[in-house]
Write a protein that binds this ligand. Sequence first.
Ligand code: IPM
Ligand code: MN
Length: 359
Amino acid sequence: MNLKIALLAGDGIGPEVILQAKKALYAIGVVYDHEFVFEDAFVGAIAIEKTGNPLPEQTLNLCLNTDAVLFGAIGDPKYDNDPDSKVRPEQGLLKLRKELGLFANIRPIKPYDSLLDSSPLKRKIIEGADFIIFRELTGGVYFGEKKLNEAGTFASDLCEYSEEEISRITHLAFKSAQKRRKKVTLVDKANVLETSRLWRKVVKKVAEDYPEVILDFLFVDNAAMQIILNPKQFDVILTENLFGDILSDEASVITGSIGLLASASLGHTNALFEPIHGSYPQATGKNIANPIASILSAAMLLEHFGLHKEAKKVYEAVEKAIEDNAVTVDLKSDSKFGTNEVGDFIANFILNKDDLYFK
Ligand code: IPM
Ligand code: MN
């Protein structure tokens, strides 16, 4: 297969982890005889530095005209510490999601057996947990009208959802549940928010098309508690943009490190794959960031294009790295493996090299 992949490494540790995902894809290309053509482009703080725009026209055009986007990370403390800044790195990612129509963000959560004791949560709570968060990605408070009065003393962010925005991701969530344990949990705040009440109405209606799937509801405050109290109860969690953002970081605790969680952002015509973690500025350039979330995002990319045995190979390689302690310091505090060495280990496994270890 020929695939053109836009590489948007972004900020902070983005370039370091994306390089490892590229190595894994390159190895898959060699072994399974695919041609992956990579093209790099700027996004985020680095793009602001170079062009003044967090999503330069050239980057957007590349992403619109490519098979898939592999995204690193975005954000820079310089902007976090300057609330008055009008241009912000995150605008690059948000605009990209909107322009590419990436309305569904899919975040699988499943702990690795050999890491069950790496989570601060008890083994008996997390063993066997396996769920997916379907996070709506182009609506809600992220994209509603924003206001700040002249005096800078009053601000508002509008939360809006339409029936169409809710139903299209709901169909994807139910289709996924059909192939899994056949349960969808809608997480909302329907006791307070009008948008949540619309979600309930629309989701109930869509659910009628999937009679074999059980639908249940949880208020988001309770869901936040249930995710760490009894994560095994979940199969597919369906939720709006902001709740999904928050709950997926929380859920990463189950796996032992946020550096393990990958995601796919899908629309009708475009697809983007990205780790759920941020740009981790403190680690930039230190070769300590965990590349596995990026490598697993590449695996999700392969799956998206129906390359299942190739994706499986990447999952196997990641499992082998974890089993053999070929992991970064977030997972093993005295590890000698850096970002690059973990990436090499995984690429070498895929290439079937005899010697997986760095010297
Ligand atoms: C994520 C990130 C983004 C989000 C930021 C960087 C805008 O936290 O992908 O989860 O809030 O969606
Ligand atoms: Mn987030």
